[in-house]
Design a protein around this ligand. Structure first.
Ligand code: DGJ
Length: 752
């Protein structure tokens, strides 16, 4: 396993447990992509690919007479525009004469144990020392532009990460108009594209599309990875299911504007190019400068979509999230946002905390409104000083009272933004991104700070360090509530304005890197108006991210379903909120809300004083249940049991460890004269025995006679194969969104 180079054939082979990735330096010195897919043995792959002589596909210059090779036809590893490959390109580079192009030829390579690091950008890590790195060095002679292609192989996990670095060793400046991270050519097969689109409060809706003979684009131009198009796509065989079929995952480790294009070319080759969004992007690379294109996490499996997801879950948790919170138990929290919005004082917060502590909650999070002049969302952002009217004496007296209740304390911030009505804006209007001579487009009546400017990032670092050093804060919720428009930096010259949006991301990453390193005991939760920046880049700093501003349990079924394709349960911020739900007006059973939030980090976002005595009892039991099953929920393997595109009657999912399994199901469409609901489980050991130990069936008030109903098989022992293939029939569920939870214990050999 690992990385091999055959010096005779000049073939690189990256081998993981179940996959092979292969490239070759051809006789002209160009790096061709040969293969990525199921693990294969030897054989001359280059001979299998069409060489050339396709009408209107140009020849490499030395092949102009024999038409032996065309850049437009061969699978390529990292392609440059204007060089004869008319398909999607990774790089569009111009020199001082305005001439576009670069023809990279192989120079050298290095294979080393461990994982490469990327300056200034988040990237996967190799804390458990399992990775191996390959760097391939290529050079374009006329410009002196050097390209370093980086590969890290996590063989046991079937993960390969890639990145690209460009260094200008020439004498003149170069302009990068487009710099993608990865090109992935699949010369064989036909593929479907799965992507995750959405909008604010309805993020990551899974959509599966056949690929036509066209270019399909999944992208954000919003300065954030966005609610609208998540930076994660899957290419899969048309008949791929949860359990079988070849699938490729492509996940950029980047939180800004991104772009993934997929093209099916004239010969049926599928090319995927992914990286930073090129609209508005232009990076000036002076002599001696280096530009790094963000990392991309690739995974390939023949085990279907479920297996692909589980591989990403494990990798993101173990090799992207960092520090002690990768695996540390997360506290059950209560957040005051939907309980009070901006209207609170210290006594109100303490009273919420008091009641919540009594129910078993472990942390109080004080959301928006505690700082500056902030009674609504029109002012105050940037003034990270305590609002003394709401919190007399500052944060310490409040934190003291919360801690006296035995709770931890968390605080909301939105550092990247500035209100026009703030002391910070009055002092530094030029720190906001605005176009000269124009009124800016406003989002939530706030502007975006120019975080590419070191002094802006340093100011925020100072304020946040001060907050975290002076106060006993256990958790930070880092929010970001508008997208980027009017992208113009007062600190950059005209020919560098195209760098502003990416410099902003580099500034955000530097800030987060410094803070999370300085305060390793603080749990950071990401947020961007819900899940507007739910990506692998943010997961390097935030082990959990607020999944959506939509807390309606039924809507969350689809949001969390889509999110689960790439991201682990431990990363998905999910809370139980009040009903009627504040976003949709829907009323769902309290236990259903908890079952859905238990497929995430779990917490509450409501005023506990409004709960009846009976509901308080239920909440207490919910928290006990979550704590009891924490291990299987956060550390277990995750299996989707339903696909909302195929059936809307119920949604189900399952967590599995070596010793137990928890199954959750929500009925989304009750039926009159209902057909029996059969549930075939997943992830169990066929040969093991399981006791179906605890079945909770929660139905709505409308059908109380069903509330106590238990299936006859409760407490019975079944073989894994029976549960997998014959399944269980649930007792009848009816009413508005009832749920069921089922716990299985694997018996030891001998049936204990
Ligand atoms: C958007 C977040 O997603 C909410 O949870 C809340 O923190 C508000 N911002 C506060 O302004």
């Amino acid at each position: 396993m690992g990385i091999q180079f055959d010096a005779i054939t000049r073939i690189f082979t990256l081998q993981t447990r179940h996959t092979t990735y292969r490239m070759q330096v051809d006789e002209r010195g160009r790096l061709l992509h040969l293969y990525y897919g199921r693990r294969i043995g030897t054989g001359d792959l280059a001979a299998m690919y069409p060489a050339a002589n396709h009408g209107f596909s140009p020849d490499y210059y030395p092949c102009r007479r024999d038409h032996a090779a065309s850049p437009d036809v061969l699978p390529q590893e990292y392609t440059v525009g204007n060089m004869g490959d008319f398909r999607l390109c990774c790089l569009w580079v111009r020199d001082e004469q305005g001439a576009a192009g670069a023809d990279f030829l192989y120079r050298d390579h290095r294979i080393a144990p461990g994982k490469y690091a990327l300056d200034g950008l988040p990237a996967a890590h190799d804390e458990d020392a399992e990775a191996e790195t390959l760097c391939i060095f290529l050079r374009d002679e006329p410009t002196g532009l050097e390209l370093e292609l980086l590969y890290a192989v996590f063989a046991d996990q079937d993960i390969i990460t890639r990145a690209a670095r460009l260094r200008n060793t020439g004498t003149g400046a170069l302009w990068l108009d487009k710099t993608a991270s990865v090109c992935l050519d699949l010369p064989f097969g036909s593929w479907e594209l799965i992507h995750f689109h959405g909008r604010h409060a309805m993020e990551r809706q899974m959509q599966r599309l056949p690929l036509g003979d066209a270019v399909t684009t999944v992208a954000s131009t919003r300065g954030a990875s966005s609610h609208h198009h998540n930076p994660f796509v899957i290419l899969c065989e048309p008949d791929a299911t949860e359990d079988a079929g070849l699938c490729y995952g492509v996940m950029p480790v980047y939180s800004g504007s991104h772009r993934t294009d997929v093209e099916v070319d004239q010969n049926g080759l599928t090319r995927l190019v992914t990286g930073i969004q090129d609209q508005g992007f232009c990076w000036k690379l002076r002599s001696g400068d280096t530009f790094t294109a963000p990392e991309v996490i690739l995974c390939c499996t023949a085990g279907g979509l479920g297996e692909l997801s589980r591989r990403y879950h494990r990798f993101l948790r173990g090799n992207v999230c960092r520090g002690k919170f990768r695996f540390a138990r997360r506290p059950v929290l209560i957040n005051n946002w939907e309980a009070t919005y901006f209207d609170f004082d210290a006594d109100a917060i303490v009273s919420i905390a008091q009641k919540a502590a009594d129910l078993g909650v472990e942390m109080l999070v004080l959301d928006d409104g505690w700082f500056g002049k902030r009674d609504d969302d029109n002012s105050g952002l940037g003034d990270w000083y305590v609002n003394q009217r709401k919190l007399p004496g500052g944060l310490d007296p409040l934190i003291g009272r919360i801690k006296d209740l035995g709770l931890r304390f968390g605080l909301w911030v939105e550092p990247e933004m500035i209100s026009e009505d703030s002391d910070l804006y009055r002092a530094h209007p030029d720190w906001a991104l605005t176009l000269p001579g124009r009124d800016p487009a406003m989002g939530r009546n706030q502007l975006v700070l120019d975080l590419g400017r070191p002094e802006v990032a340093d100011y925020l670092l100072g304020r946040l360090t001060d907050l975290l050093e002076r106060h006993d804060i256990d958790y930070i919720k880092w929010d970001m509530n508008r997208n980027m428009s009017d992208v113009y930096s007062r600190a950059l010259p005209p020919d560098r304005q195209g760098e502003t949006a990416h410099r902003y991301m580099l500034g955000v990453y530097r800030l987060l890197e410094t803070l999370t390193t300085r305060f390793p005991d603080v749990l950071f939760e990401g947020c961007a108006g819900g899940g507007g920046r739910f990506d692998a880049g943010m997961l390097c700093y935030f082990p959990q991210i607020w999944c959506s501003d939509d807390t309606d349990a039924v809507e969350r079924l689809d949001i969390q379903y889509g999110t689960s394709f790439g991201y682990p349960v431990s990363a998905m911020g999910a809370h139980v909120s009040a009903c009627p739900n504040h976003q949709t007006g829907r009323t769902t059973p309290l236990w259903t809300r908890a079952v859905v939030a238990m497929a995430g980090t779990f917490g509450y976002e409501l005023d506990p004083h409004r709960l009846s005595a009976e509901e308080c009892g239920e909440v207490r039991r919910q928290i006990e249940t979550f704590k009891k099953y924490y291990d299987v929920i956060h550390n277990g393997a995750y299996y989707r049991l339903s696909d909302p595109a195929r059936q809307r009657r119920w949604a189900g999912w399952q967590f599995v460890t070596e010793t137990e399994s928890l199954v959750s199901l929500v009925l989304t469409r009750p039926e009159a004269n209902a057909r029996p609901l059969h549930l075939c489980l997943r992830g169990l050991d066929e040969n093991a025995l399981y006791r179906v130990q605890a079945l909770e069936v929660h139905v709505c008030q409308a059908t109380p006679e069903l509330a106590g109903s238990r299936a006859s098989w409760t407490g019975a022992v079944y073989s894994g194969s029976t549960l997998l293939y014959a399944g269980l029939t649930l007792p009848p569920l009816a009413g508005d969104w009832p749920c069921a939870q089922l716990h299985l214990i694997r018996l030891l050999p001998g049936g204990h």
